[in-house]
Every structure is written in structure tokens, then in C-alpha cells.
Design a protein around this ligand. Structure first.
Ligand SMILES: [Cu+2]
Length: 375
């Protein structure tokens, strides 16, 4: 124990001196292997990796021993002379057959694992995963549950204003939840460009391609939180769409699914009912935090750059145009589209708020159902 610590420290020190800070960070944690697998496929992959590394190491040792021995024992200074033969059928047969046998020996366990990876049949649960620039959507088609999963690392950490947290850029608002010890089938696709869904500890990684559905599966044996990342360069925020999976014991998973179903049912009910003006204003004030950066807390905007909401022709003009501007944004300006980020209720509330506060008083009330019909 002590000995290994001294060794680790010594190596860390040496590498730090040799390679600078980056090497120090990697070696100090001493994490040079794959992450510990938590699924049968993950384990197979790790075993394959170890086996093939071992075969490579043996080949390396044999080839280099023969080579260095030959160089040393038959050196010119001892009076050896190079043989002049140009062809040896025996040697060629040997150096063809041995590598062939080695390759076949490696192909057998690899193929067995590949076939196992592709077998998505008899799944206990199906989850559809859709990649977006730059977030993930998870759907449980058998249960009518779906939600988005966004990066939750605070901006201040990214901009270096606050110290970075433990799971910096590897944390999300809504993780994917799956049951342990159940075969979970993933259907993968994307909405815009190619992404790839990857959790190293599951040993699963596959491209999410627009217009195609890829399949893969996992069976997680240990409850816990597992983290991964989008593994296909997908644009400027590629590094900002992490993946977090929470594996829960089956009973806990069922309970979570039930709460989630009820939450979403309430959302649907909220969408369909009529809201009072006061309710909308109260909620709209909260949603308006998304707009403050440009339009200002008091709705005064910033001259030349961001228009004021107070007395704005849009916020006092036709409702449909106001809703559609907030939903679709205005291309070529900083006014972005909010339709994927805000729900129908959010948009109805913020539009009602802008029309009745911040210096406006049109008296208009916009219902979520109205927003939905424009969407
Ligand atoms: Cu991506």
C-alpha cells in the first residue's frame, strides 16, 4: 500500500516534471484503464481489450527479443557475414500462418461480443433518444413519457468566474432514468446533425443520425449515476451536451415513472385549461428571466441593440405576431427562437406579461391553447 503510494507519487512527480501540469493531473488520479464497466457488454469489452493488449505485448516481446538477440549475437564485429539468400518458402509459410492463426484467435471472441452487442431482442424497456444541437431528448414510448435533458453546469463556472464543480460539464437537469438488471433497448436518432450517445461504463456508443434509427442495448447491474458525452463533433456546443443516466432498482424506477407520468399529465391538463390573467402574469414574470439579459428587467432594452418592450410595436400589436416572434425568433438578429426551450404555457405567460407589464397595458390574455394552435 505504502509502497504503491510512493511509486505513484514518484511517477506523478517525474511525469509532472517531464510533461507539465496536464500529465500530472492524469497520473495523480492514476486512471489509465477504461472506466469500471457496469454491464455485461462493458465487461466483455474490457476483457477483450485486456486480452488483445496481452497478445500484442507477447508479440512485441517475442519479435523484439529475436531482433535484439540477432543484432547483438550476430554482429559484424564478431565476424558474422550477412547471408545472401533471397527467398525462403518455408519462412514465408511460417510468417503467414502464424499471424493468420493469431488473427483468427482474436476474431472469435471479438465476433462473439459484436453479435451480443447487436442483439436488441427481448428488451424489457425501450427508450428513444434524440440528439439536438445541443441537448438530448428521452422518450419512453411504451409509457407516454418524454423530456429534454440539458447541461446544468452554471454559466459562471464555464466562464471561469466561479470555481469548477465536481461534475463540471458532466451534469444535466433531467437525467435519463433506467431500471437495473433489465434489458433496456435504445432507439437512437437526431433532429439536426449527427450526434453520438456514449456512456463509457455501459460500453455502449452509437451514432444518432437524422432520418435513421439506430439500435443498441444495455443491462446495468449496479444502481448509480453514470456519465458520458456526445461523441460526435456536432457543432459549437458539442462539449456542452453531456449524458447522465441514473440506474435505479426496478421498484424505484416504477415509482419514478409513475411520478413522471403524473407530472406530464398535469402539464397536458395545464395546457388545455384556461388560465386567469393573474396566474399568467405571475408565471410570466418568472419566464421573463430568459429575456432580461437583452430586454432589461424593466423592459427598457438597450438603445441601438435591443428594443424596449415598453411601448414596443410588437408587444402592443397583434397577438399572433407577438407569439410567433417569441416562438421563432428573428433570423439575423439576437432575438432567438424560444419554441424548443419554452413550453406553450411559458410562452403564453411571458407574452401576457409583456403585454400587461413593463409599461404596457393592452389588457390581452394569451392562453396556452392559443400558443399551441400557432405552434
Ligand atoms: Cu452532439
Amino acid at each position: 500500500m505504502l509502497c504503491s503510494r510512493i511509486r505513484t507519487t514518484a511517477i506523478a512527480g517525474l511525469s509532472a516534471a517531464a510533461f507539465g501540469l496536464m500529465a500530472d493531473v492524469a497520473v495523480a488520479a492514476w486512471e489509465v484503464n477504461l472506466q469500471p464497466p457496469v454491464s455485461p457488454i462493458g465487461r466483455d469489452i474490457l476483457e477483450l481489450h485486456n486480452l488483445i493488449m496481452l497478445i500484442c505485448l507477447i508479440i512485441f516481446l517475442v519479435v523484439f527479443s529475436v531482433m535484439f538477440y540477432s543484432l547483438y549475437a550476430h554482429r559484424k564485429s564478431k565476424g558474422h557475414e550477412a547471408s545472401q539468400f533471397s527467398h525462403s518458402t518455408k519462412a514465408e509459410v511460417v510468417w503467414t500462418i502464424i499471424p493468420f492463426l493469431i488473427l483468427v484467435g482474436m476474431a472469435i471472441p471479438s465476433t462473439a461480443t459484436l453479435i451480443k452487442m447487436e442483439d436488441t431482442s427481448k428488451a424489457d424497456l425501450t427508450v428513444k433518444i434524440t440528439g439536438y444541437q445541443w441537448k438530448w431528448q428521452y422518450e419512453y414510448p411504451e409509457h407516454g413519457v418524454s423530456f429534454y435533458s440539458n447541461l446544468s453546469t452554471p454559466r459562471a463556472q464555464i466562464e471561469g468566474i466561479e470555481p469548477k464543480g465536481e461534475n463540471y460539464l458532466l451534469e444535466v437537469d433531467n437525467p435519463l432514468v433506467i431500471p437495473t438488471n433489465k434489458k433496456v433497448r435504445f432507439l437512437l436518432t437526431a433532429n439536426d446533425v449527427i450526434h453520438a450517445w456514449w456512456i463509457p461504463q455501459f460500453g455502449t456508443k452509437k451514432d444518432a443520425i437524422p432520418g435513421y434509427i439506430n439500435e443498441m442495448w444495455t443491462l446495468v447491474e449496479k444502481p448509480g449515476t453514470y456519465r458520458g458525452q456526445c461523441a460526435e463533433l456536432c457543432g459549437k456546443d458539442h462539449g456542452f451536451m453531456p449524458i447522465v443516466v441514473e440506474a435505479k432498482a426496478p421498484e424505484e424506477f416504477e415509482a419514478w415513472l409513475e411520478t413522471e407520468k403524473q407530472r406530464q399529465a398535469k402539464q397536458t391538463a395545464d395546457l388545455n385549461r384556461d388560465w386567469s390573467k393573474d396566474e399568467l402574469l405571475a408565471h410570466g414574470e418568472k419566464v421573463y428571466v430568459n429575456c432580461v439579459a437583452c430586454h432589461g428587467a424593466a423592459g427598457k432594452g438597450l438603445p441601438e441593440a435591443f428594443p424596449a418592450i415598453a411601448g414596443s410595436p410588437v408587444a402592443t400589436g397583434p397577438i399572433a405576431e407577438h407569439v410567433s416572434l417569441v416562438m421563432n425568433g428573428k433570423s439575423g438578429t439576437a432575438m432567438q427562437a424560444f419554441k424548443n426551450q419554452l413550453s406553450d404555457l411559458d410562452i403564453a405567460a411571458v407574452v401576457t406579461y409583456q403585454r400587461n407589464a413593463l409599461g404596457n397595458s393592452t389588457g390581452d390574455v394569451v392562453q396556452p391553447s392559443q400558443v399551441n394552435s400557432i405552434r
